[in-house]
Design a protein around this ligand. Sequence first.
Ligand code: SF4
Length: 364
Amino acid sequence: MTDHLTDRIAQIRSALTAGERISTDTCGWLFQHAPDEALRDLATLVRSRFHPPDQATYLVMGIVNYTNVCVARCDYCAFYRFPGAPDTYLLTEDQVADRIAGILSLGGSMVSFNGGFHPELRILDYTHLFQSLRARFPQSIAYYEMTVAEFMFICKRTGISYADGARQFRDSGTEWISGGGAEVLSDSFRLRHSPGKYKVEDFYAAQAAVLDAGLGSTATMVIGFDETLDERLQHLDRLRRFQDERRQPGVDGHLASFLCWTYKPWNTDLGGAEVSTREYLRWLAICRIHLDNFEHIRTSVLTRNDDAMLGLRYGADDFDLPTEDEVTQKAGATISHEFEQILDSARSLGFRPVHRAPLPVRAP
Ligand code: SF4
């Protein structure tokens, strides 16, 4: 390292040790210039504000893809089928219940629903389905009942505001949605790859409505498309400001966790190559350093398999062991149910994986 590089990293380290916030520009500089070892060290420093150094938490989660019908046409998606295509599907309630039973049999305690933008479904189709499923299964399971992106589409198709939609879901028993469908929250990225999905500020308006209604939600990001560093930084910058707004006195509810995973390029119109583990880990470290108002940074077993455990050294503190997810599997993800092997990878890196309950909706 040059003297200049060493000095600047030492200054950043001092600022982090003092609990200071690192600017978005500085995070961009770190990503471009800091050696891996320095990123690991700085991310671990921020991680230690929230968690014991050797602790990592996890749960087993399955993703139920209840329909592949979608009108959004994102060019990075290998999963969706446009209405009328021969291989579309919409699972029945019994089929969804079978999938949940399969997840439970693998030790799952969380079920996440993620489907396409199905133009025929309205909010009552969802609330009835979820009410029925909750009645069929024990209360020990938590559900992410949809992604923010699906929530937005459901509200639009039903002709109701996000506030009304969030209240209707809450009143019917929904506790959580997930921050899925965010990919890269930059309008230039969205325009290139999924112009029909939403605009960035609309996404945050939906997140705010969900939290205002008393539901829980999370934050996500996907890297490895063709996004620029500036677009990635826009994502982090807006997200941190949103979380700041949500943590103001008198504002009820903030995002519970942040998960970053990587784009799988197989069978998509966009194509391309997968980002390396090294790039993923470096970016994960930047996320941990930047998102100082998030307690939990999650590493992605779904897209990085055992290598995801290295993310614990780059600032992550939590992960899920996935049982299934057709969306990423269609694009090339491979899922292993050898959970002990993954946990052993964490142990071999010096971490103590602790099975945790699903987070409470209102995290302190
Ligand atoms: S990523 Fe989601 S919204 Fe986009 S095409 Fe695929 S299923 Fe539809």
